[in-house]
Each structure stands twice: as structure tokens, then as C-alpha cells.
Design a protein. Structure first.
Length: 170
């Protein structure tokens, strides 16, 4: 199960992953989007509840840190996920950084607004929805997936303080 805070780009991307042949053959993947674009704490609580179901193998939460104003209770949500065995894919400042990394390296500081704008310029979209089928072929060349993210993974409390994305783990 994958729990997403966003209602467009993150679910669009995960649905693109679901359509990849090797994922389609080997994985039953359910995506839950919080109807009010839930905070990380809300998502982690929802995931912890679902993880109790013996039919559920893994629960992931995809969420942003947001910058300049972080989500409330972000560190507590990360701690709760760790205690509950919930996997996290955190983007700092936002998921759009992960999308940027499909096109080019990005190591400088960027806030949420800047990342969203740069991401839209790179793929030509007007809003938050993405063409996931256009991103799937780029995954293999994604700079974060192939290099820096694996050397310095964006996990746990560290994800709150660094501009990076751990979506490559999903």
C-alpha cells in the first residue's frame, strides 16, 4: 500500500510504476490518497492502521517536507513510521524535486515554489498532474536513483533537513 499526500503528481507517478511490466507481474499495489491532502502524521497513522491487516505486506508513505514552512509534526511522523515499520519516501522540499532529478542533476537549495516551477518547465505541464508514462523511461537515468541519493539516502530525520528525495526507494 502506498499513502500519498498529493492528489495528482504522486499518485500519477505511482500509477505509472504500477504499469511497468515487472511491477505489474509481481506486485499488487494499492494507492490511498488522503481526501484533504493529509499531513505526514495523518498518512503515517493511516498506514499504521492498514499495516495491521495480515494481507498487507508493506506500507509506504510518500510526502513532502515543504519549504519554507514544514508540515506540522514532521519529525514525530518520521519517528512513528520507524517504530511501526512504515516505509517512507520523503522529498525535501517537495515531490517535484524528484521529477526534476529525472531530467538533470539538482544540488542547489530550492524552495517548494521554485521546485514546482522548475519541474513544470522541464516537462511542459501546466498544473500538478503529470504524464507518468513519460517519466517511467527516464527512471533508469535519474541522477538521484543512480548516484547521490544512494550514497546519501534521504531517510528518517535526515530527510527533514536536506534537500533531497528518497522516492527512488519505492
Amino acid at each position: 500500500m502506498v499513502f500519498c499526500e498529493g492528489k495528482n503528481s504522486e499518485p500519477d507517478y505511482v500509477n505509472g510504476l504500477k504499469r511497468l511490466p515487472h511491477v505489474l507481474r509481481n506486485t499488487a499495489l494499492d494507492i490511498q490518497v488522503h481526501p484533504e491532502q493529509g499531513t505526514p502524521m495523518t498518512l503515517v497513522r493511516m498506514a499504521a492502521e492498514r499495516k495491521r491487516d495480515p494481507e498487507v505486506d508493506e506500507c509506504w508513505c510518500l510526502f513532502d517536507v515543504e519549504w519554507p514552512t514544514h508540515h506540522p509534526h514532521l519529525v514525530e511522523a518520521v519517528d512513528l513510521a520507524k517504530r511501526g515499520g512504515i516505509e517512507l519516501a520523503i522529498s525535501n522540499p517537495c515531490f517535484e524535486l524528484w521529477l526534476i532529478l529525472h531530467h538533470r542533476d539538482h544540488t542547489q537549495f530550492v524552495d517548494t515554489s521554485g521546485a514546482e516551477s522548475a519541474s513544470r518547465k522541464l516537462d511542459g505541464r501546466k498544473g500538478k498532474a503529470i504524464d507518468a508514462d513519460g517519466y517511467m523511461p527516464l527512471r533508469g537515468g535519474c541522477r538521484a536513483a543512480g548516484g547521490a541519493a544512494r550514497e546519501a539516502p534521504c531517510q528518517g530525520r535526515d530527510a527533514v533537513s536536506r534537500g533531497q528525495s528518497s522516492v527512488w526507494n519505492v
